[in-house]
Write a protein that binds this ligand. Structure first.
Ligand code: NAG
Ligand code: NAG
Ligand code: NAG
Ligand code: NAG
Ligand code: NAG
Ligand code: NAG
Ligand code: NAG
Length: 466
């Protein structure tokens, strides 16, 4: 995930995507009919785009693996998608996809609830693990139906992810922080990035709010201060992507993504709420929110866009889903920090209306485009496009749903403060992955490193566009 990881395997697929676009492009029909003053209309729109999103998923079929999306979608995006479906159920009351969500979450969480399946050892980063962990956190906060008692529970899963990551906090470079990758053999192990640390901050802050256990709040403070000190957050509250730890995080990849701002925004909003309105946290929430104005267009006004890639047509598969998380976490922020409501809602409204106009693609006329600012289908489609449209639609139901529950306000999920403690939280490697690294693997890694460098420079290049 992130600009770096998103760049490795995608170019080959774009021709296939282009071809399907050309073939299907002629069949565009009507846009999703969205009336934001009518909750039934919002629910219907969310269901239409969700139906198409879930149509990509085959993990519930016999013989398939629950929780995996097919190529080209990485494992983490499935975790993000189930998080979106947990929200969907909460916002709409429609439980159509609850069963596949439960099945996927439990399968991938594993017996210890850490979301460290051995099958993912070749790619799993802290951010990837955290997207599943945040889905579990949402399930606890929204009182999603609990798993059977003999299985790991939602809150315990979030705690397991938190504990395994707290164990990985790394003082050996850059003054602390989490690395992007968990395992030494993966490319990106030497990269410390904002999204990994932002997800950890977000989970810690939400655990503090849910459990009222101050240890989580202390970790959230630590993650926040490190992000500031290392320079991943700028003085004007904008977020860069990350830095190479072999250079002690002195040279930054300065690309800016929506989800980095948003993951810190909701974490800060939870800290604001946990501290009963601490003015320091209030100020941080407000400044992150103000700075995130850069992700909203002037024309059409207030419409969200992924400025680092949409304007230059370079959004990779992962990046096509990032606006989903910005919408999700902005809406959640209005509940934890109600003073943000008047600034956030006009943006979620304008973005939802523009997004709806793009959902005319595909043979059902429910494929949504990537660029909402175009207000018509731009020929792009996929899980990320559907998830983003779905989240921005349903986020407009935020005033109709209750704020997150906590352990003392009706939350029913059972926790386990010591879940995931022990070692790195890593499952043992399957035998297929324990072979000694061969010369061929090394050469492959070298090529990947070179590719990453190209992508890295490419990403940094977008800054010039500013
Ligand atoms: C979900 O699974 C339960 C138990 O297996 C079943 O009773 C129920 O009908 C399923 N619901 C849906 C919507 O498929
Ligand atoms: C791991 O991969 C195997 C083989 O494809 C599959 O049977 C199993 O369900 C997978 N486990 C998880 C947790 O994805
Ligand atoms: C690396 O950076 C940290 C803080 O960012 C600093 O405390 C430490 O002294 C630096 N180490 C070296 C070797 O420069
Ligand atoms: C914390 O969140 C609750 C639930 O939304 C809200 O009622 C309360 O006003 C928030 N606290 C502050 C200080 O804004
Ligand atoms: C955030 O933006 C609003 C509206 O422009 C402004 O009134 C407010 O002072 C800003 N807050 C901070 C902390 O700069
Ligand atoms: C959560 O609430 C239950 C009862 O409502 C209580 O027994 C338990 O101790 C609480 N857990 C924590 C961590 O506060
Ligand atoms: C609070 O969280 C910490 C960190 O996970 C844990 O060690 C401690 O047992 C928790 N305390 C309670 C009362 O649950």
């Amino acid at each position: 995930m992130t600009c770096l990881s998103g760049g490795l395997s995608r170019p080959l697929r774009s021709w296939a995507a282009l071809l399907s676009t050309v073939l299907l492009g002629t069949q565009a029909v009507r846009a999703i009919d969205l009336n934001l003053d009518d909750p039934d209309s919002i629910e219907a729109a969310a269901k239409a785009v969700a139906t198409e999103m879930v149509s990509y998923y085959t993990g519930m079929n016999p013989g398939d693996v629950p929780g995996n999306l097919p190529d080209p979608y990485y494992w983490w995006e499935a975790g993000a998608m189930f998080g979106a479906l947990i929200d969907y159920w909460f916002y709409t009351g429609d439980d159509t996809w609850n069963n596949i969500t439960m099945q996927a979450m439990l399968w991938q969480a594993g017996p210890d609830g850490t979301f460290m399946p051995t099958n993912q050892s070749r790619t799993e980063g802290n951010d990837d693990q955290a997207f599943w962990g945040m889905a579990a956190m949402s399930a606890a906060e929204r009182n999603f139906p609990n798993p059977p008692e003999d299985q790991p529970q939602w809150l315990a899963m979030a705690q397991a992810v938190f504990n395994s990551q707290a164990n990985r906090w790394d003082q050996s470079s850059c003054g602390g922080g989490l690395r992007w990758q968990i395992f030494t053999w993966n490319n990106g192990y030497n990269y410390k990035n904002t999204i990994s640390n932002g997800c950890f901050f977000n989970i810690a802050a939400r655990l503090a709010k849910y459990t009222n256990n101050h240890t989580y709040a202390e970790w959230a403070e630590r993650a926040w201060h490190w992000t500031v000190d290392v320079g991943f957050m700028t003085e004007d509250y904008r977020f860069w992507d990350g830095a190479d730890d072999t250079k002690n995080c002195t040279e930054f990849n300065k690309i800016e993504w929506t989800y980095n701002s948003a993951v810190y925004l909701l974490g800060a909003a939870n800290m604001y709420n946990y501290t009963n309105g601490d003015p320091t946290w209030r100020d941080r929430v407000e400044r992150i929110l103000n700075a995130s104005d850069v992700f909203f267009a002037d024309n059409p006004k207030d419409v969200m866009y992924e400025r680092a890639c949409e304007t230059v047509n370079t959004c990779m598969v992962d990046q096509r889903s990032f606006k989903a998380y910005m919408a999700r976490w902005m809406a959640a922020t209005t509940q934890m920090a109600p003073f943000t409501y008047d600034r956030i809602m006009p943006k979620l409204r304008a973005s939802a209306l523009a997004a709806a106009k793009t959902c005319t693609g595909g043979n059902k006329g429910t494929s949504c485009g990537l660029k909402w600012t175009e207000e018509k289908w731009d020929g792009s489609k996929g899980v990320g496009e559907q998830m983003s449209a779905m989240e921005v639609f349903q986020s407009n139901l935020i005033t109709r749903v209750a704020p997150p529950v906590t352990n003392s306000t009706g939350g029913t999920s059972k926790g386990d403060p010591s879940a995931g403690v022990g070692g790195t939280g890593a499952s043992p490697l399957p035998s297929a992955y324990t072979d000694p690294i061969t010369a061929g693997d090394r050469a492959g890694a070298g090529i990947l490193t070179t590719l990453m460098l190209v992508v890295f420079i490419g990403c940094a290049g977008w800054l010039m566009y500013e």
